[in-house]
Design a protein around this ligand. Structure first.
Ligand SMILES: [Zn+2]
Length: 76
């Protein structure tokens, strides 16, 4: 009897834990997706996750275009 009760409690605990993880993962993925598309190239509209990648992209793809001011301080 006690063992069965423990099993049920354990299952409930796991279900709660999994639900919490699911919720957290969903939130993280949403935030990550949002963060992953933070930088859009002003020339070709390619989206990049961070200023470093953006600057490298800009320097290699659009060397004749002046660097956007927000990239001037970025260490590539
Ligand atoms: Zn570009």
């Amino acid at each position: 009897m006690a063992r069965g009760q423990q099993k049920i409690q354990s299952q409930q605990k796991n279900a709660k834990k999994q639900a919490g993880q699911k919720k957290k993962q969903g939130h993280d993925q949403k935030a990550a997706a949002k963060a992953a598309l933070m930088y859009t190239c002003t020339v070709c509209r390619t989206q990049m996750p961070d200023p470093k990648t953006f600057k490298q992209h800009f320097e290699s793809k659009h060397p004749k275009t002046p660097l956007p001011p927000e990239l001037a301080d970025v260490q590539a």
